[in-house]
Design a protein around this ligand. Structure first.
Ligand SMILES: [Zn+2]
Length: 403
């Protein structure tokens, strides 16, 4: 016997299928939606009328569809609502507010200090969110939800940040705190996993079902997409690639262990390698620009100097690039991805890093694994995670419509 509950479930499922078909293939006529989805015309029409009512879909001006018939075609409506995406970084807070097509209409980025306590940092993030919500409402849009990318291990069932090594946070009930504060749907995920979802929706890996996204900032995280689904492991903590041990006698990591990959591959590692290179007597223009004070040297200065051909800067970037490439070669051998995307602060110097990474991969990954492999920089640069946080909100509407 088919119950009302069953019918509701089927309708929601079909609505999700129609919405995603329009998202991926717009502009489309109703006949084309029926053809793509395999649903009958009257079901499609009913669903589309609901989507038009809810302003999630809109009709274009008169156009000719793929079958050659003129009519009003369908596409997602940018005014379908707005999403807030937030990244709680180790030393910054970043927020974007976007429309339903992920066009950014408001952004804010502030420095933060990992030595501050959880409440202080969250309070600043709440204030940024309040401004983002005001901007969206002022633009006449309905809030759809808040997405949060955090630098640590997340329990997805409860939206709890279990452990963030570089922040020193443990067991922070993020989803609970944020939904109490804002009374909106809240989605929490690891920063790199969120970024991978963002690239899949509206970045470099649209339509690519097997890829690895690597986010290299203070920490090094990954989102691994396998057959179009994010690989999560048995407790949801999979793909902590930054803590693969590369050197058991290496530097101390934020996780408490030694020689993790992320101690070798980060902006901080570039600074450290650069300082060691200077001590070995390699000349550089960077030290002069920093008033001869090693402590004044920041990653961007070294990256810019490397771009201008500074020897010591190039050596430091080359060495970190090699370590990055080595770890990626191992991941390629395990996962055989179609694409590897690099994001995060380290990506600022992708013009220098990517050729080194490609070279190391060609040396260490099995040849068969690297056929047609694409190594690319993130489409969103340092916004990779916040755009991913937006994707978490949109993904929920697109896959689990509440009507
Ligand atoms: Zn570690």
């Amino acid at each position: 016997m088919v119950t009302t509950a069953d019918q509701n479930l089927v309708r929601k499922f079909n609505t999700a299928v129609v919405l995603n078909t329009i998202r991926q293939h717009a502009p489309l006529s109703r006949a084309e939606v029926a053809k793509f989805t395999g649903l009958n015309r009257s079901t499609v029409s009913q669903i589309i009328n609901t989507l038009l009512d809810r302003k999630l879909v809109q009709e274009t001006t008169l156009q000719v569809d793929r079958i050659g018939r003129p009519g009003l075609l369908l596409e997602l409506n940018p005014s379908g609502g707005f999403a807030i995406g937030i990244e709680i970084g180790v030393n910054f807070l970043s927020l974007v507010a976007t429309d339903f097509l992920a066009n950014v209409f408001w952004r804010q980025r502030l420095k933060s200090d990992a030595r501050d306590n959880v409440d202080t940092i969250l309070e600043r993030a709440y204030e940024m969110t309040e401004i983002g919500l005001e901007k969206g409402t002022a633009a006449g849009l309905q809030p759809l939800g808040i997405g949060l990318g955090v630098p640590g291990l997340v329990d997805l069932r409860h939206g709890e940040l279990m452990f963030a090594p570089n922040l020193g946070w443990a067991h922070v009930p993020m989803a609970k705190l944020w939904s109490q504060r804002f009374d909106l749907p809240v989605f929490v995920d690891n920063e790199a996993k969120a970024a991978a979802v963002g690239e899949y929706y509206f970045g470099k890996s649209r339509g690519i079902n097997n890829f690895i996204f690597l986010n290299a900032g203070v920490g090094l995280g990954a989102g691994i997409m396998i057959d179009g689904k994010l690989f999560r492991g048995s407790h949801g903590f999979a793909s902590e690639v930054g803590h693969m041990v590369m050197d058991k006698n290496g530097d101390l990591c934020g996780c408490g262990k030694r020689g993790c990959w992320e101690t070798q591959v980060s902006p901080k590692a570039v600074i450290r390698r650069f300082q060691e290179t200077l001590k070995q007597g390699v000349p550089s223009t960077v030290l002069l620009a920093a008033d001869n004070d090693m402590d004044n040297i920041v990653f961007e200065t070294i990256a810019n100097a490397a771009l201008q051909g500074d020897n010591a800067a190039l050596i430091a970037m080359q060495e970190v690039g090699e370590q990055l490439g080595l770890g990626i070669a191992n991941l390629i051998n395990v996962f055989n991805p179609e694409m590897v995307i690099l994001g995060g602060e380290l990506n600022y110097a992708s013009e220098i890093l990517l050729p080194v990474v490609r070279q190391v991969i060609s040396r260490y990954a099995i040849n068969l694994e690297t056929q047609d492999l694409i190594i690319a920089a993130s489409a969103h640069g340092r916004d990779a995670c916040v755009m991913g946080a937006v994707a978490l909100v949109l993904d929920d509407i697109l896959h689990e419509p509440k009507f």
